[in-house]
Design a protein. Structure first.
Length: 506
């Protein structure tokens, strides 16, 4: 795995005559060490249509300086990026190819910009000689390496916080720079500035008259947003970042739900096959995500028990069982993301957005078409909740409540998709649907946990261990499920209020 660090930096405008002010006067700085000037030569790579730059990703191969090699940067927030590094080589590192696959796919990476920088480096040190920040004056020459590109040159100041440093220290450095007349750069990165200043000149075309957004516009905007989320979360899943699998699965489900809910907007002959593939992807991601949720639930239940009720090597057995299942599920998830079927799904989503199969209803006003779709999902949910409440406690009711949970999720996602057009009524409606979904979800998690606890009890018994604790936890889960079933009528009464539906237009 590539080396990784969190890069926190700020850039400032400068000229060839700019000199740094006395930074030893910044609070906390005891000394400023001048390291001299180093020459950096970096070639930046992207697809021909600049897919990486469009998502603010940076891929470069750099020689010179203290960190020569391949660098891949992912945006986290303004001025904050995760930087991954691999040793210098002639070809793109394999680990980087995987992290870029959702964006690059079968398109080649080509050199797009070369930046040659003379970097004058200064280290700001505290009283113990520890590094607080690195401040450099960079004189940059940029050359566009694709046809029709030009060249550019500029000078900038860069202040990068030391690993583990306090962000407030950069504020103090900035105050000192501003006092000396230095102002923040308008460009977020050297690459962004180079691409803008060396781009081939293009003639501006005529601007069309703005029109009011239609129902189809709103649905497509939601689909585009969720598609972009899947693509953006792909590298995070590969890096095993916290909650990344969950967020990617949610985006997949939201996208599939939108395709199903808005069938009056999009032609089903095109959208249904895409929805089937999204269902497949969500199920594959669920193998890892469901295990993650189950592990957390069982650990929490176990932590609630007094030590006197933990008989046998319970924690050890749970840990071994969880690690074995999680390792297998994680390998499976990465294999899915490396597969042709997943990449074909991404291509089909791009194709759907490039040539949307809009039906006549797509041209109607959002206030007419969207509420109908949302209320249709509500009707499906109402029928399923009613059916679940009519059943006695037991296996059949568990299945019915799980079906109601899926319907609640679709109703919620439908309202969230319509929110930009319908405003607060859709927001309030989605909030009530989420409350129903959360209750039913906790009930389903209890059903799954009971199945796992029974398996663990059987394994413990077969190994000659006490199964008492596993049985006790099973009983706690039964009680939790019963409590959710008792709460459902009241939660549903709030969610099914007529005024919520009337506000949507129902």
């Amino acid at each position: 795995m590539a080396d990784s660090k969190r890069e926190i930096e700020r850039k400032y405008e400068a000229t060839a005559e700019t000199r740094l002010p006395d930074l030893s006067r910044v609070a906390g700085v005891s000394a400023v060490a001048h390291l001299g000037v180093s020459e950096l030569d970096a070639v930046y790579y992207d697809t021909e249509d600049l897919r990486l730059a469009a998502d603010s990703l940076t891929l470069r191969r750099r020689t010179g300086g203290s960190d020569a090699g391949w660098h891949l940067k992912f945006p986290v927030a303004s001025g904050i990026r995760d930087e991954l590094q691999e040793p210098l080589s002639d070809t793109l590192p394999r680990s980087f190819a995987g992290l870029l696959r959702s964006r690059v796919r079968d398109r080649g990476l080509v050199p797009v910009v070369r930046l040659v920088s003379a970097r004058d480096v200064h280290h700001l040190l505290d009283a113990e000689g520890a590094l607080l920040a690195e401040v450099s004056v960079d004189r940059v020459r940029a050359e566009r390496l694709t046809d029709g590109g030009g060249t550019a040159a500029w000078t900038e100041i860069e202040a990068e916080l030391a690993d583990g440093g306090d962000l407030a220290f950069l504020d103090a450095v900035e105050r000192r720079l501003r006092k000396a007349g230095v102002r923040p750069s308008a460009a977020p990165s050297k690459l962004a500035r180079a691409l803008a200043e060396t781009a081939p000149k293009r003639r501006k075309g005529p601007t069309g008259k703005a029109r009011r957004p239609t129902a189809g516009d709103h649905v497509l905007a939601y689909i585009r947003h969720q598609t972009e989320a899947i693509v953006a979360l792909d590298p995070a899943v590969r890096r095993d970042l916290p909650d990344s699998v969950h967020q990617m699965r949610v985006a997949t489900r939201r996208l599939r739900s939108a395709l199903r809910t808005y069938r009056k907007i999009l032609d089903r002959s095109v959208s249904d096959p895409v929805g089937d593939e999204l269902k497949w992807l969500a199920a594959e991601l669920g193998i890892d995500r469901d295990q993650e949720v189950l592990d957390a639930r069982l650990r929490a239940r176990l932590a609630e028990l007094p030590r006197t009720l933990i008989l046998g090597p319970v924690r050890g057995r749970l840990r071994i069982w969880s690690v074995a299942r999680r390792n297998g599920s994680r390998r499976h998830t990465v294999a899915v993301l490396d597969g042709k079927r997943y990449l074909a799904l991404l291509e089909s989503l791009d194709a759907l957005l490039a040539g949307p199969p809009l039906l006549p209803a797509a041209s109607s006003a959002p206030g007419r078409a969207l509420p109908r779709a949302v209320l249709k999902e509500y009707g499906r949910l109402a029928a399923r909740v009613g059916h679940a409440l009519d059943l006695p406690p037991g296996h059949d009711r568990d299945l019915a409540m799980h079906d109601a949970r899926k319907a609640a999720k679709r109703a919620r996602y439908a309202a969230e998709a319509a929110r930009p057009a319908l405003g607060k009524p859709a927001k309030r409606f989605a909030k009530r649907m989420k409350a129903v979904q959360t209750l039913l979800g906790d009930h389903q998690d209890s059903v799954v946990a009971r199945e796992a606890l029974r398996t663990l009890a059987v394994q413990a018994h077969a190994a000659g261990e006490s199964a008492f604790t596993w049985g006790l936890l099973h009983g706690h889960e039964e009680a939790a499920a019963a409590a959710r079933e008792r709460e459902l009528p009241q939660v549903w009464e709030q969610a099914s209020r007529a005024d919520l539906r009337a506000a949507l237009g129902g």
